[in-house]
Design a protein around this ligand. Structure first.
Ligand SMILES: [Zn+2]
Length: 832
């Protein structure tokens, strides 16, 4: 089964494409029943239907190809709840040769253009989408290809693009040269914004400075104290006092006048770069160095003020992003990460001080509350931390992730990574429109035997309980709908399910899941994308059927997300142990072997790569936090949680390509044995792309042989690696770092350790391999050899392995969990 092809058609990847109908059989599969869904994946021939969907009166599922239609009685039977729904009067002409597009078998995904209930106040009412359509536009003949197909049907009447607002929140403690680089970058972005955009600028040091860019008579700044949280009433009274009744300011005659008048701190972007430049020049750079103390920074207060301001004054049909660019830690207000005195250090993964822990908890709480506000107002929070040190991103992760924002760690505002990521946010879809999809709500409808446990990815649970929601919560659970402020075409969310216990009746041969994603398009229209998927139940008499539908790549992706979710509550070592136990149970269930002969152990072809993915996952930066700061861990985990299957796999198991003179580029073993003097290696770990030149090639390059036209093979080889690296980097966000290094140079040594563990079976804590690198990491082959005898243990030995738990169980277990004896694999890891 080609799972990638299926994904390209419906945007879904299922670890199991056939599900057992009993809960105990499902638990024995180890990898949970789940799906990776990319809500806005660009699909070929996606019909855009200019009317509202017909929904089932009982379960709210929309009309789909799996519905049974009774043309004579003009009703359809919902495949989810089997309720009969009459067609409305607008569907009077329905017949088997004249059906709406959403009933076509090929249209399991359709997109509806919904009437715009919140039109942009800056447009005339006549341009608002007219929702009444004649029934003639609704139907398409299934028998005649001459009739216009809804696939190409344009929206009946275009709505004008909503007013986007972008507020840059800038840390004034940045060194002057960094501020200059930042100013240039922001000016570049603003100059390319569509004409109707609004831009705001807020800077923060020990005070919060709101730069009133709309006030042109002179520079005007509203100052807030940075160490207090202000109520929104106070915020707007201060910002907008010049427009209160006693102030006789006349609004200028300008198409965007309402925005300038009413939304004080914002202004139309077009042609106003001068004001932004002036505001930057006037930013008061606060003295950075005071012996023994850190600078006063009130980033939390600045973000909270912007959220209040945008929430209170931006019209509902607008959307906004808050881009925070900072290089240092919050030391004031509720968003504080660390005390100002340098005697106290910022938390790390090993922090044990109560004071440090308290600060971490209070800051996390502050940002969790902020997340609720952001989602209520559909605001996106992006953080660009451009510093070699921590800025407290770990605590800010929740609002960034749930609102769909970007968390970027870079070294400087001058770095390519920062520039690429910032420009990516503002990339255009059409000349006058940004490529942004906002204010998304995802709702799931399932067959009644399928219960929803939760979502793992960039979204927030709406706590919308119904009979389809399982009592077991995983990630954002306890709901059948989720919200996020923005979605990209690549954002992927993992959904975890459970089957409904011991069923009295045998369910039908198939089950259904419908995904309904409602969002605001960049052109101002509101759309609903409905994807209805059907998968088989495994016949109880043929349990082996479950194997044919196993997608090991999707399974590794979902296990990575479950692992990351557990790592939020448990110590990394416990998560690694849990992954090991899960792998042992999995291989014991799906392996084939002769009793008492560990070496006879084999996995089926469709399962053989899974242990390898798990091996790389357990030693990846997502789970193993050793040598990473909490900020870096947050950065990696946010990136993993939004990435689809293909990107996630590169993150989990880096890819290695070999460029030699003996043939075309080929995948190479992730092993130091691949490093040889006469090849170029292209290493891709998603966050880093490394071009590694073997020592001979490096030498020839230094001697300039590649410039000599006679050495065509050499320069072609160099060029091929370079072009492929560029292709990998293109469009990837967070932008990876491109590193070029030579064998035996110091960056080359660092990279070679990444490629490490070698494939030799040695049982010493540390060894030197044949290429001379020291490592204490266990090789995949040693790992696999340790696994083999474990598969053969009695099934009872596996019973102790914990399964997915409810949130309450997790918390309880976290408090009570006794130190278990390390599993054999774990001790093998230390011995290895
Ligand atoms: Zn229904």
């Amino acid at each position: 089964m080609d799972f990638s092809e299926l994904e390209a058609a419906e945007g879904l990847r299922w670890p199991w494409n056939a599900w057992p109908s009993s809960r105990s059989d499902a638990a024995a599969l180890v990898v949970p029943l789940s799906v990776i869904y990319t809500p806005l994946m660009p699909l070929p021939d996606l019909p855009l239907l200019p009317y509202e969907p017909l929904s089932c009166s009982r379960c709210c599922a929309t009309l789909n190809p799996y519905a049974r239609v009774d043309y004579r009685s003009a009703l359809w039977i919902c495949p989810f709840c089997h309720d009969k729904n009459p067609f409305p009067r607008s569907h009077a002409g329905i017949a088997d040769h004249n059906v709406p597009a959403e009933l076509f078998p090929t249209h399991s995904t359709v997109e509806y253009l919904l009437p715009n209930k919140n039109p942009n106040p800056f447009t005339s009412p006549s341009s608002v989408l007219n929702s009444s359509f004649s029934s003639n536009t609704l139907f398409t003949s299934s028998t005649s290809s001459l009739l216009p197909s809804p696939v190409s049907a344009p929206p009946p009447m275009a709505v004008s693009a909503p007013t986007p607002a972008f507020v840059f929140v800038v840390d004034v403690c940045s060194p002057e040269e960094e501020l200059r680089a930042l100013k240039n970058e922001i000016l570049h972005v603003v100059a390319n914004l569509p004409e109707n955009s609004l831009v705001g600028l807020v800077s923060f040091g020990s005070m919060v400075w709101v730069h009133d860019l709309g006030y042109t008579e002179c520079s005007r700044v509203v100052l807030f104290s940075g160490d207090r949280e202000l109520s929104s009433v106070k915020v707007d009274a201060q910002i907008f006092f010049r427009f209160l009744p006693w102030d006789n300011v006349e609004l200028p005659v300008d198409p965007y006048a309402p925005s300038i008048g009413r939304y004080g701190m914002c202004l139309a972007a077009s042609g106003r770069e001068g004001e932004i430049s002036k505001a930057f020049d006037e930013m008061k750079v606060e003295p950075r160095r005071v012996a023994g103390t850190r600078p006063g920074l009130s980033g939390g207060a600045a973000v909270a003020a912007v959220v209040d301001l945008l929430g209170a004054f931006l019209p509902a049909s607008s959307f906004a992003r808050i881009c925070v660019v900072t290089i240092d830690l919050g030391t004031l207000d509720k968003g504080i990460s660390v005390k100002r005195t340098r005697a106290l250090t910022i938390r790390n993964h090993q922090s044990s001080s109560n004071e440090v822990e308290e600060l971490h908890d209070s800051r996390t709480n502050f940002y969790q509350k902020l997340a609720q506000k952001l989602l209520e107002r559909s605001l996106v929070f992006d953080l660009f931390a451009c510093s070699l040190d921590q800025v407290g991103a770990a605590e800010m992760r929740f609002p960034i992730e749930t609102s769909g924002g970007l968390l970027i760690l870079a070294e400087s505002f001058e770095s390519e990574q920062f520039k690429k990521c910032l420009r990516h946010i503002f990339k255009h879809e059409e000349t006058d429109r940004l490529d942004m999809k906002f204010d998304a709500t995802i709702e799931l409808v399932t067959t009644k035997e399928v219960k929803i446990c939760g979502a793992l990815g960039p979204c927030l649970s709406l706590r919308n309980q119904n009979s389809l929601v399982s009592e077991k919560e995983v990630g954002q659970g306890g709901t059948s709908s989720w919200k996020t402020s923005t979605l990209t075409s690549k954002t992927s969310i993992g959904f975890i399910f459970q089957v409904g216990g011991n069923l009295a009746n045998e369910p039908g041969p198939v089950f259904f899941v419908q995904f309904k994603t409602r969002y605001r398009h960049g052109d101002g229209s509101i759309r609903l994308r409905a994807t209805t998927a059907s998968r088989r139940w495994v016949d109880r008499l043929r349990p082996q059927d479950v194997r044919t539908g196993f997608d090991q790549e999707a399974a590794a992706t979902i296990m990575a997300r479950v692992g990351v979710s557990r790592a939020e509550d448990y110590h990394a070592r416990d998560v690694i142990r849990w992954l090991d136990k899960m792998l042992i149970r999995f291989t014991a269930k799906f392996g084939e072997y002769a009793p008492e002969h560990p070496s006879s152990f084999r996995l089926l072809p469709g399962f053989s790569l899974y242990p390898q993915f798990m091996y790389h996952l357990r030693r990846s930066q997502f789970i193993d936090i050793l040598n990473y700061s909490p900020d870096e861990t947050a950065f990696f985990r946010v990136a993993l949680n939004r990435e689809g299957v293909n990107g996630s796999l590169v993150m989990i198991q880096p890819a290695l390509l070999r460029y030699g003179f003996d043939g075309p580029p080929s995948p190479a073993l992730l092993d130091t044995s691949s490093v040889t003097p006469d090849v170029i290696l292209l290493f891709d770990s998603y966050f880093h792309v490394v071009i590694h030149y073997g020592s001979k090639i490096a030498q020839w390059r230094k001697l300039g042989f590649d410039k000599d036209q006679r050495n065509e093979n050499l320069w072609k080889l160099l060029e091929a690696a370079e072009m492929d690296a560029e292709e990998l980097i293109e469009g990837r966000i967070p932008a990876p770092r491109l590193i070029r290094c030579d064998q035996h140079s110091s960056p080359g040594e660092v990279y070679a350790r990444e490629v490490k563990p070698i494939g030799e079976h040695r049982r010493h804590a540390m060894w030197m391999d044949r290429s001379g690198y020291l490592t204490e990491s266990l090789s995949s082959i040693v790992f696999y050899l340790h696994l083999q005898p474990l598969h053969l243990q009695s099934p009872n030995a596996m019973e102790n392995a914990p399964s997915l738990q409810t949130h309450e169980e997790r918390i309880k277990k976290r408090k009570e969990e006794p130190e278990e004896a390390h599993s054999r694999v774990d001790s093998g890891r230390r011995d290895g």
